[in-house]
Design a protein around this ligand. Structure first.
Ligand code: UDX
Length: 439
């Protein structure tokens, strides 16, 4: 099928490359000409394992090309995926829908024949119905230009895998034709036995925000329990392992530590609460305010623990920060807990030296005041405190005895509860964790 993918941010770039990889003819569209030129040359605008390979393969096969023209997209494709961002509004909890509205207003007037517009962006419930009416009003094809909602559940770092082999496909539809089109688009994925759920537009929109709200709640739950573990001298990681064996609970998303960040969880729970307020059911999601507060509280807790380790004040202290990305295997620093902690400690007077295997470029742009270094060991030279804030694999391979010889004071805070703290202690380090006992 001929498909256009509009928006080449994280979601769009991955979706365009994957759709071409499973055999469709794809046109990727973005207003950013520089990004389009880079993609056309086979360069992904961010680090994502496996993406560049399928991008280059799809470009080489002639199945994928890029453009800045919505008019061209309308002429070319039978299905148009909208993958633009819906960030948090500045100074408010709700989502900024200006990009998605601009795409619909820009595309619809060119839709002169049967086609399906498919929303993938995360939106407040009710948006899809409003956009469907807008498409029908603006498109010369009228009702022959349909709209469906197909939320995306991909995780950064696993985005290609999650797109080609998803847990489930959810589609919000209002016609049989839309169902036929979507089944044809995902035919090869459905052949793998992937569950395919059809529903109405509002349910499809809500599945996505409810999934992210649940994941955020699970993380904040274990982080709240970790405070009790700290106070009682218990080990939250063993506790989480034990909980996880109960298949009703499951171990995933029960890792206590610095909490969640990134481009989705925080902004999605805030937008969910804002939309529930508008619908007059804000009280039902009151608990998400706690989830959010527990999460941001982890960052303050890490700063406090680091200050204790530094002797009660950061003035004149050198602090090494291992990790800047919001999680490993990505160069994304949006709402990164690690960078947030680094920034706060710098503001409290420390010299902060940051290392990250992939995210330094983005981190420097977001936080130019911090010092960035190319090697973890360089960040730790003459450090009074070392903070492990993003759990990249390479940090687990650090030899604590070797690192002890370069720091000024061997003090470590493991903000992610994955380092073998017993070994670090044996190598002379004073260690702290956020809820994990010394293992
Ligand atoms: C998330 C959802 O998982 C995905 O389905 C949705 O489409 C987009 O949002 P992503 O932002 O890529 O994906 O990150 P995810 O892997 O979910 O991690 C989110 C944050 O939670 C990270 O900062 C991570 O470090 C943190 N986390 C995760 C924990 O603190 N503890 C855990 O146990 C798991």
């Amino acid at each position: 099928m001929r498909i256009s993918v509009i928006g080449t941010g994280y979601l769009g770039a991955v979706h365009a490359a994957c759709m071409a990889d499973i055999g469709h003819e794809v046109l990727g569209v973005d207003t950013d000409a520089q990004k389009i030129a880079a993609l056309q040359d086979g360069h992904a605008p961010f680090f994502e394992p496996g993406l560049e390979e399928i991008l280059v393969r799809a470009l080489g096969s002639g199945k994928l090309r890029f453009s800045t023209s919505l008019q061209e997209a309308a002429g070319f494709a039978d299905a148009h995926f909208i993958c633009v961002g819906t960030p948090q509004l500045p100074g408010a909890a709700g989502a900024d829908l200006s990009h998605i509205e601009a795409v619909v207003d820009g595309l619809a007037p060119y839709l002169t024949r049967d086609c399906l517009v498919i929303g993938k962006s995360t939106v407040p419930v009710g948006t899809a119905a409003r956009l469907a009416a807008r498409v029908a009003e603006l498109a010369p094809a009228g009702a022959a230009a349909g709209l469906a909602w197909n939320p995306e559940f991909l995780r950064e770092g696993f985005a290609v895998e999650d797109t080609l082999r998803p847990d489930r496909i959810v589609v919000g539809i209002t016609s049989q034709t839309a169902d036929v089109t979507l089944r044809a688009i995902y035919a090869s994925v459905l052949e793998l036995g992937t569950p395919y759920l059809t529903t109405d537009l509002p349910t499809a929109e809500l599945v996505k925000v409810a999934a992210n709200a649940f994941l955020a709640t699970k993380i904040s739950f274990i982080n709240a329990v970790s405070n009790v573990c700290d106070a009682a001298g218990a080990d939250v990681m063993t506790l989480a392992d034990a909980l996880g064996h109960d298949t009703r609970i499951g171990r995933r998303f029960l890792s206590a530590g610095l909490g969640f960040g990134g481009g989705c969880l925080s902004k999605d729970i805030r937008a969910f609460m804002a939309r529930a307020d508008e619908l007059g059911v804000g009280d039902s999601l009151q608990f998400l305010r706690e989830v959010d507060q527990i999460n941001t509280g982890r960052r303050a807790l890490a700063v406090e623990a680091a200050r204790d380790l530094a002797g009660g004040s950061f003035a004149g202290r050198n602090v090494a920060v291992l990790g800047a990305a919001f999680k490993p295997d990505t160069d994304d620093v949006r709402d990164s807990p690690a960078l947030d902690v680094a920034r706060t400690i710098r503001a409290q007077g420390a010299v902060v030296r940051v290392h990250d295997p992939r995210a330094t470029y983005n981190a420097r742009r977001a936080c130019p005041d911090l010092d960035y270094v190319e090697e973890a060991v360089k960040a730790c030279e003459a450090a009074d405190v070392v903070l492990h804030l993003t759990e990249w694999r390479e940090y687990r391979e650090i030899d604590p005895a070797e690192l002890a010889s370069v720091v000024r004071t061997p003090c470590l805070l493991d903000g992610r509860n994955v380092l073998p703290l017993g070994e670090w202690q044996a190598a002379g380090w004073t260690v702290r964790s956020l809820g994990g006992a010394i293992r």
